[in-house]
Design a protein around this ligand. Structure first.
Ligand code: 4NP
Length: 153
């Protein structure tokens, strides 16, 4: 069993998109029972909000529902609870380290690093480009699934 927490600033755009794309990918791969997948925010300001409509729309366009997801803040306890805590940009990584402290197990990673590039996923809340964010998050999640398939059992 591998547990993954996707993290962004608000948990209403990028990290829930990653959560639901990754859940769809592992379902398609028939590996649903091998993963626990969730998402959370470094900020508390969107706590309780549903996935932001333009992000939910991109998921829905690809046949993926995000119904029932409401933003939650990540906590220091998440460090022990998850095998990987995956941020979308360098600001997320800095805030995650602030919340959990040290990262002795190297669990805190940037999503696109699994796609072979140390690039950030720009926040569509500010860029307005939800299509690019979706495409880059899919690229990261596909890389992550390949990485996990290579490193599990
Ligand atoms: P996210 O986007 O981090 O991808 O969920 C954001 C959503 C809301 C805000 C910032 C980022 N906000 O400041 O309200």
């Amino acid at each position: 069993m591998t547990s993954i927490l996707f993290v962004c600033l608000g948990n209403i755009c990028r990290s829930p998109t990653a959560e639901f794309i990754m859940k769809a990918l592992v379902r398609e791969a028939g590996q649903e029972d091998q993963f626990t997948i969730a998402s959370a925010a470094t900020s508390r300001s969107q706590w309780g909000e549903p996935v932001y409509a333009p992000a939910a729309f991109q998921l829905a366009r690809h046949g993926i529902s995000s119904k029932g997801k409401f933003a939650i803040p990540m906590t220091a306890a998440d460090y022990d609870k998850y095998d990987l805590l995956i941020g979308m940009d360098n600001g997320n990584i800095r805030q995650m380290r602030r919340i959990v402290g040290d990262d002795p197990a190297g669990k805190i990673r940037l999503l696109l690093s699994f796609a072979g590039r140390e690039a950030e996923i720009d926040d569509p809340w500010y860029t307005g480009d939800f299509e690019t964010a979706y495409r880059e998050i899919l690229e990261g999640c596909e890389g992550l699934l390949r990485y996990l398939q290579d490193h599990q059992a």
